[in-house]
Write a protein that binds this ligand. Structure first.
Ligand code: PEP
Ligand code: MN
Length: 352
């Protein structure tokens, strides 16, 4: 990782650095931040001669040689100084609550619009709404591009940033064209490296963020963080890690709730952690407890499925969406808890 003295390299400086790197079989990937940019050396950056030549340039401050499977996502990376902002919240400073329906029903757009206003009223700062849905059963409702208009209408009316899952390049294009603020990569696609690359490439140079769910099957933390590295390696560092429960499920829950990995992720990476209690437990009645547990573990935010009338919802909403009054109580309690629970100190050095 190249850390320049100025906030960013000029084009001739970048060309000089690129020339040196390419002589050693490496490429340079700029990581563009709001204030300053840093430059990843993609390839084997252990060659001392290359490092010496780069460090010899007057405008280079230093080269960080982080030996980690995820150099950019590593807590010791220079990206650790950045802070993502969403819905007026600076992640890491204030609890971010994303709430909304699992699935937008294109035949009943009013439910979603009512839900959008209700979650805002309840205290959520961002809105979620499924447009395209990954369904286990190929004959279940798969989502509908028309729901994108409903989502963006709700964004305009409430002023909330919106989150929607994308599963293929066409969804990415449509979502970005429409102005979706956060692209979700779902648990079934968390290890779909082509999709991770497509999303990373598509959001490079934009403000768009990505909510990356943890893979459905119990994977290692490094696997989860490395998936985020795919996205960030294209230059946009706005990635949020989202534990959402894993398989095999805990008897009685939809998945095995995994909010407890939050402090472990924070030992390894700088990325904000937003926990999804809804898919973790899969039943509305258990969602508040799981959400509070996530806050106790130091989560930076929550992503909660909510619906004005869950029984009229589609997708997961009838079973796991909470009502706006439950959401409002959950948010009040979560904020109160966060005020008394200090995020656990980071105890361990990064083990790679
Ligand atoms: C969802 O958010 O509705 C969803 C399908 O999430 P996951 O990928 O975590 O199952
Ligand atoms: Mn869902």
């Amino acid at each position: 990782m190249i850390i320049p003295k100025p906030n960013r390299l000029t084009p001739p400086q970048l060309a000089e650095v690129t020339d040196i790197a390419s002589a050693f079989g490496c490429k340079i990937q700029p990581i563009v931040g709001a204030v300053r940019s840093i430059y990843a050396i993609v390839g084997d950056e252990r060659d001392d001669l290359m490092i010496n030549r780069l460090e010899g340039l007057a405008y280079i401050d230093r080269i960080d040689r982080i030996q980690s499977p995820f150099k950019l996502m590593d807590r010791r990376s220079d990206l650790a100084t950045g802070r993502l902002q969403l819905g007026g919240v600076t992640l890491g400073e204030e609890l971010l609550v994303i709430a909304g329906q699992c699935t937008i029903d294109p035949k009943n757009p009013n439910y979603f619009l009512e839900t959008a206003h209700a979650v805002k009223e309840a205290g959520a700062q961002a809105l979620r709404g499924g447009v395209w849905k990954p369904r286990t059963n190929p004959y279940s409702f798969q989502g509908d591009s028309r729901s994108l208009e409903i989502l963006m209408d709700a964004a305009r009316r409430t002023g909330l940033p919106v989150v929607a899952e994308v599963m293929e390049q066409e969804h990415i294009n449509l979502a970005l064209d429409a102005g979706v603020h956060v692209l979700q990569i779902g648990a079934r696609n968390a290890l779909n490296y082509s999709l991770l690359r497509q999303v990373g490439r598509a959001i490079a140079g934009r403000d768009t963020a990505v909510l990356l769910k943890r893979g459905l099957h119990l994977g290692t933390l490094n696997e989860f963080i490395s998936a985020a590295e795919y996205i960030v390696s294209f230059g946009n560092p706005n990635v949020i890690l989202c534990p959402r429960g894993t398989a095999p499920a805990l008897d009685g829950y939809r998945n095995h709730p995994d909010e407890s990995i939050t402090p472990l992720l924070k030992e390894k990476t700088w990325a904000p952690v937003v926990v999804d209690p809804s898919h973790s437990v899969g039943k509305a009645a258990y969602v508040p407890a799981c959400a509070l547990a996530a806050v106790a573990y130091g989560a930076d935010g929550l992503c909660v499925e909510a619906h004005v009338q869950p029984s009229r919802g589609i997708g997961d909403d009838p079973k796991q969406a909470v009502t706006p009054d439950v959401l409002a109580a959950l948010i009040r309690q979560a904020r109160a808890l966060r005020a008394i629970v200090k995020p656990p100190p980071v105890v361990a050095e990064v083990a790679s």
